[in-house]
Design a protein. Structure first.
Lengths: 202, 385
């Protein structure tokens, strides 16, 4: 009995990334689920650390995978898959950040569209207040500077990985990181929660 | 050199965000599974409910597995929601609700947890007994709804020939028109398309009742034979307006309906006939009467699809964007696997876009998840960028 190509292999957790990429490109059954299972934590981490805890995060995670599954054929090698997926994720964050201000007025007219404050876990206690303050300051930064500082200082990417994820040169990445840090430091000085924490944690 | 403030804050933020990352993965996983199902209820994806949906997902996760569950398996292998299966020898597709389809040859596509599209070939379907709304088998323009039923069906994409026989139980067959035919055990429904090169009239279905012949216990090994029983002779007793409609004489049909008494017909005819008559009035530019008949059809029909058809036409004829959106949403919600579902959702997307409704992007996502190559896909992609 002949077996259609799409049904001929199902990637399993033990398979390597190369096999997974091959299965994704071939459109094999189960490959997309395995791709999601394996990389969703990375994607969610980048999104949450970049944008903060927002009710839109699950949708943004899915948006990333919709785009990634559509374009996965462009990935040149298994070694490039994670970096490429991070870049797709960063682009989704970038689009979200840029659209936020444009859509802000809609929330005024459509209160039912406001995020449910209970929809995502909230950080408790003084540390929760500090984290909240961090994102309040980040919300005031230009999108590209915010991406740079979030990817490097919060998500923990190396400078090279940060630049690759932002699809800019290393020099440009460093410049944006430096500008974002400086802007953050200046604004943080005006926030009591941040100044107190920074004084306690030199 | 002293670390930057954000460098010092990084570990704190990362640690604080970890639960949110885990929750986001679980919620995304559930939403992914829900989006794959075309039978989800519209409120799940309606405007402004994204946040509520995420909250719901988090609550549901407490009692359900995080990983999406495949709606069907092929020979034991999980299938993706819209998977296509081809077969040159019998292959078994098992659904999560315990419905089973044996594809003898040809190709089928999953269209949801209880919906299958026969693109070509022959299959036997045994629908699970528990579902009140049944299992939907589509083939070309035909749809067969089965509940606790075994049916065998054959469809040729080349000729358009369609045949379904009820082996055990009952089924409803619906075609391009609003008429629904009910089949019982042993009955067969056949559509023999014209094969000449001249423009063919609409295919005429034949209904065969063979109560004396035992139903085939298994899918026939040879092509199903056309039903030998002649067409029902009820046509002679049809009212004049219906006779005129069958001839395609819409002006005469409307005149006959007026003569018979519009109000009486609107109050007494069956939902299927009301839809036909409403179309005739619509074709004659008599929108008010058409609207009255569509509304009457909706209020009188006890099944979802005639109501959905009427809702769709009410949406098309509405000049108010908000009202049109309401009707298209009803049309989609009431028959998400019906013949007008794609058009209803596409029109809903278009109307919401024109109204600058924030929910247009959500509608676009749902549309793309179901009809990524559909006629409204370019607009949907634009709205999801």
């Amino acid at each position: 009995m002949s077996v259609p190509a799409r049904l001929s292999a199902v990637p399993r957790p033990g398979d390597d990334v190369a096999s997974l990429l091959e299965a994704l490109v071939a459109g094999r059954v189960g490959a997309a689920d395995e791709f999601f299972r394996r990389f969703a934590p990375l994607v969610a981490s980048v999104i949450v650390n970049t944008l903060g805890r927002r009710p839109e995060v699950p949708d943004l995670v899915n948006d990333v995978f919709v785009m990634a599954l559509r374009d996965v054929g462009r990935v040149q090698s298994a070694a490039a898959l994670q970096g490429w997926l991070t870049a797709v994720t960063v682009n989704v964050c970038r689009v979200f950040l840029r659209s936020q201000r444009r859509r802000a007025w809609l929330r005024f007219f459509a209160p039912e569209a406001l995020p449910d404050v209970e929809a995502t876990p909230t950080a408790e206690g003084p540390e929760g207040a500090v984290v909240k303050a961090v994102y309040e300051v980040l919300d005031t930064l230009p999108a590209e500077e915010r991406l740079a500082v979030a990817l490097h200082d919060l998500e923990g990417l190396s400078l090279a990985a940060m630049a690759e994820a932002m699809r800019v040169s290393l020099a440009t990445g460093k410049r944006r990181l430096s500008a974002g840090r400086a802007r953050f430091a200046e604004k943080a000085r005006g926030d009591r929660r941040l100044t107190e924490w920074l004084e306690e944690h030199p | 050199m002293k670390p930057e403030p954000l460098e010092r804050l990084g570990p704190l933020v990362r640690a604080a965000n970890e639960p949110a990352v885990e929750a986001a993965v679980r919620a995304a996983s559930l939403r992914r599974a829900a989006t794959a199902s075309p039978r989800r209820r519209w409120p799940l994806v309606a405007a402004g409910l994204l946040a509520a949906a995420a909250a719901t997902a988090l609550v549901v996760w407490r009692v359900t597995p995080a990983a999406p569950t495949a709606v069907a398996h092929l020979d034991g292998v999980p299938l993706e929601p819209n998977a296509r299966v081809t077969a040159e020898a019998p292959r078994t597709v098992s659904f999560a609700d315990e419905s089973v389809a044996v594809l003898e040859r040809g190709a089928v596509r999953l269209d949801g947890p209880r919906a299958l599209v026969l693109d070509d070939g022959r299959l036997e379907l045994r629908a699970a007994p528990r579902r009140r709304d049944g299992f939907l088998l589509s083939a070309g323009p035909w749809q067969v709804r089965v509940v606790n039923t075994r049916v065998a069906a054959a469809f040729s994409s080349a000729t358009g020939r369609f045949e379904v026989v009820v082996i055990d139980g009952e089924a409803e067959v619906r075609g391009p028109g609003p008429t629904t035919r009910r089949l019982a055990t042993g009955q067969r429904f056949v559509v023999e398309p014209h094969v000449d090169t001249a423009p063919a009239p609409p295919a005429t279905p034949e209904l065969s009742a063979e109560p004396s012949a035992p139903a085939s216990p298994a899918l026939p090994k040879r092509p199903l034979q056309p039903a030998p029983v002649p067409r029902p002779s009820a046509a002679s007793s049809a009212p004049p307006w219906l006779e005129a409609l069958k001839e395609g004489a819409f002006a005469r049909a409307v005149a006959e309906a007026d003569r018979a008494g519009f109000a009486r017909l609107a109050a007494s005819e069956s939902p299927d006939r009301l839809l036909l008559l409403a179309d005739a009035y619509r074709f004659q530019q008599r929108g008010d009467e058409a609207r009255t008949l569509y509304l009457a059809a909706r209020s009188r029909s006890r099944t979802a699809e005639p109501r959905a058809v009427a809702a769709f036409q009410l949406g098309v004829s509405s000049s108010d964007l908000a009202e049109a959106a309401e009707w298209f949403e009803k049309a989609y919600d009431e028959a998400p696997s019906g013949p007008l579902a794609a058009q209803a959702l596409g029109r809903l997307l278009e109307v919401r876009h024109r109204a600058h409704a924030p929910s247009a992007a959500d509608t676009a996502r749902v549309y793309l998840s179901r009809w990524p190559e559909g006629p409204y896909a370019p607009l949907a992609r634009l709205l999801t960028k």
